[in-house]
Design a protein around this ligand. Structure first.
Ligand code: ZN
Length: 343
């Protein structure tokens, strides 16, 4: 299978995360995608190609124009404001009872378009963010061209990003952009299966009122894990979308024996929906060795996960999401893709 990849993600570097009383290097670092690309190359897994360039109309099918303009301009606004620091990030958010006002202060604007403080902007962020979307959209084009499988090695990831909010290391929702592009070019129904450790709140919210995209997420229970405020079992979709969102919140310590039961049920949901295309939001942070999470999926289990999804026999685009074991993200990705390819 072809992999779409760009070095541009390296421009999104030097990100800082809160660590107790200090700020430390973010787990969402360039080594992640670099190690995925290296593992694919060293395993001679298949051709690696660069992304095509897509115009903003593709982005505006999912995201709002004001949000897109914010993402593009925020770094320069930060510089012009005289704010100090190499990470532009918010400290004030829109709470209940407040307005989404058009504040002119860059710190206010950061809060207006962020739902948390984990997604800073550095000088090269916009180029990396926009290229990551192009990587996802290029993968979709490969499937439209007749390939059964393709892998978009996106960074930064996307599944937490909503129509007009960044958060959870995500800015543009890459898997949703890909799903919409399938629909815009002739598909009737697309299923998005999110196997990242964290609930795909952005993807769910984007399609929550629609019945042309089935969104399914298997993830750590938000009662005890990020993103806390969405991802529960009682979120079936609304309006036309009623019945077209399915969440599988799973407890800490979930290993393949119970994960595979939930996955099997999720795959039955996909079969009943009978989509033209499947998009897999592939997070590798369910891995037992991930330093940031609490599931027990092994390196070999990722092969089983890919093989289980292959049983759907659907054209499938895999979009890279999270995964913070820098040492193992490459091998785990190759194992998943190998399972998917070999079925
Ligand atoms: Zn995650």
């Amino acid at each position: 299978m072809k992999t779409v990849y760009s070095d541009d993600h390296n421009l999104h570097d030097g990100l800082l995360d809160p660590r107790g009383d200090n700020w430390g290097p973010s787990a969402e670092c360039p080594a992640r995608a670099n190690n995925v690309e290296t593992a694919i190359r060293e395993n001679q897994f298949g051709e690696i190609i660069g992304p095509d360039v897509f115009d903003d109309q593709r982005i505006l099918r999912i995201h709002s124009l004001d949000y897109l303009q914010f993402l593009e301009s925020v770094w320069n606004e930060w510089l012009a404001s005289g704010e100090k620091g190499a990470n532009a990030r918010p400290d004030t958010f829109v709470g209940a009872g407040m307005r989404h006002a058009e504040t002119e202060c860059v710190v206010g604007r950061l809060g207006r378009y962020s739902f948390d403080a984990t997604s800073p902007f550095v000088a090269g962020s916009w180029q990396a963010i926009r290229t990551s979307a192009n990587v996802a959209l290029t993968g979709a084009e490969i499937i439209k061209g007749g390939a059964r499988l393709a892998f978009s090695a996106c960074r930064p990831p996307g599944h937490h990003a909503t129509v007009s909010y960044c958060g959870g290391y995500c800015y543009l929702n890459n898997n949703s952009l890909a799903a919409q592009s399938f629909l815009d070019d002739g598909a009737s129904r697309v299923a998005i299966l999110d196997v990242d450790y964290h609930h795909g709140n952005g993807t769910q919210s984007i399609f929550y009122n629609r019945n042309d995209v089935l969104t399914i997420s298997l993830h750590a229970d938000p009662k005890v894990e990020y993103p806390f405020f969405l991802g529960y079992a009682d979120e079936p979709g609304e309006g036309d979308g009623a019945g077209f969102n399915v969440n599988y919140p799973l407890p800490f310590g979930t290993a393949w024996d119970s994960y595979s039961v939930a996955l099997s049920d999720a795959l039955d949901q996909v079969r009943r929906f009978s989509p033209d295309v499947l998009v897999v939001a592939l997070g590798l942070d369910t891995f037992a060795g991930d330093p940031t999470t609490f599931f027990e999926i092994t390196t070999d289990d990722f092969t089983r996960m890919g093989a289980a999804i292959a049983s759907l026999k659907l054209p499938t685009l895999v979009v890279l999401e999270g995964g913070y074991s820098v040492d193992w993200i490459g091998q785990n990705t190759v194992n998943f893709l190998g399972g998917l390819e070999d079925g």
